[in-house]
Write a protein that binds this ligand. Structure first.
Ligand code: KG4
Ligand code: ZN
Length: 361
């Protein structure tokens, strides 16, 4: 039996969790997430300095709560894992230093985990999925299509060249004076809007690459809003509905081609699966589109419970357990310093803009 304490502080959630792996499988013994949403709401987005300070104040209590909830002491823990990147450097430093301090004080090993690896492997914790599978990660910081072939074996097929999809939702909401976080606000407003009223752009449509771009769409939304100002409630609803349709269609086109490409690359996989992760996966229009795409192509859509799709520490502890089980605890994992940029697929070309914008692009 192996018990791992995980710590996640890469963005605006301070989280800690204890996950156990034994002969019967994996179990999440505790999963504590303290969100900072209220502290950032007034600014319409995550403010790095506020986030870092909030992590410092919260992390001890959150770790204690995770241990208490799991009913274990530090003595019983086998390893301490923390997100070491990618993310906001202030928060990463807090999580890594906390984990390293606990490791040093208890004499247990420390593991530096890539946040994206946490998202990538979650479906194995929740659904026991076998490799390989396709992952669509759509959050406030990331928009990626990744083939997950094994622990430490990731191939990025697509990413955003500017804003993340959740970020596009958040910026659209801010522009329309809707409350933060923007995704749920835009979705709510879109429900009573006319999606055909505005023809917003579908960036990179028709290109063979599987990348995304959302900043042009944001500009189009701003220009439309300025042209109509002052906006009626119906104008806001129509803009939201038209925006949501534009991003859903863009996603459908790119994901559809990814599913076909996955089939071609892995003809031997009898029951191919698409895993969706990240906060944007909560969007019902997007979820329905993914459902339809998968159904039409014979893929299984795996959507872990939202709590484990969004940022949490159980996925960090789980990634550590996967690495330990696979014998992949190398020097880098054992000692890595916090790093704001840490691509999951080290062979993928960094794209212009990626890593320079967004909470943790
Ligand atoms: O995964 P997450 O909780 O945090 C990280 O970004 O890591 O994702 C948060 C993002 C925010 O940008 C939020 O606006 C977006 O997910 N989001 C949504 C919805 N709910 C959350 N976007 C669209 N529709 C939603 N219902
Ligand atoms: Zn995340």
């Amino acid at each position: 039996m192996t018990l791992v304490l995980g710590i996640e502080t890469s963005c605006d959630e301070t989280a800690a969790a204890v996950v156990r792996l034994d002969a019967h499988g994996a179990a999440i013994l505790s999963d504590v997430v303290l969100s900072q949403i209220e502290e950032h709401a007034a600014f319409g987005g995550v403010v790095p300095e506020i986030a870092a300070r909030a992590h410092v104040e919260a992390v001890d209590g959150v770790v204690r709560a995770a241990l208490n909830e799991a009913g274990v002491t530090l003595d019983e823990i086998d390893a301490i894992a923390a997100t070491a990147g990618p993310g906001l450097i202030g928060g990463l430093i807090v999580g890594v230093m906390t984990a390293k301090a606990i490791a040093a004080a208890t004499g247990k090993p420390f593991l530096a985990i890539n946040h994206l690896e946490g998202h990538a492997l979650t479906a194995r914790l929740t659904d026991g999925l076998d490799f390989p599978y396709l992952l669509l990660l759509v959050s406030g910081g990331h928009t990626q299509i990744v083939v997950v072939s094994g622990v430490g074996r990731y191939e990025r097929w697509g990413t955003t060249i500017d804003d993340a999809l959740g970020e596009a939702f958040d910026k659209t909401a801010k522009l329309l004076s809707l409350p933060y976080p923007g995704g749920p606000s835009v979705e709510r407003a879109a429900a009573s809007g006319d999606a055909r009223r505005f023809a917003f752009p579908r960036p990179l449509r028709g290109e063979t690459r599987l990348d995304f771009s959302f900043s042009g769409l944001k500009t189009a939304v701003r220009q439309q809003a300025n042209a109509l100002a002052p906006l009626s409630e119906q104008d806001v609803a129509d803009i939201c509905a038209s925006f949501q349709t534009a991003v859903t269609e863009t996603l459908a086109e790119r994901v559809g081609r990814s599913l076909d490409r996955f089939r071609d690359a892995h003809p031997d996989v009898a029951a191919p699966a698409l895993v969706v992760a990240g906060g944007v996966a909560a969007n019902k229009a997007i979820r329905a589109t993914l459902d339809a795409l998968c159904a039409a192509r014979g893929f299984r859509l795996v959507a872990p419970p939202l709590r484990l799709c969004t940022d949490n520490a159980a996925m960090i502890a789980w990634a550590a357990l996967e690495r330990m089980r696979a014998g992949l605890v190398d020097g880098e994992t054992a000692s890595a310093a916090p790093r704001p940029r840490w691509p999951l697929d080290s062979l993928a070309e960094p794209l212009i803009g990626s890593g320079k914008r967004g909470a943790k692009a």
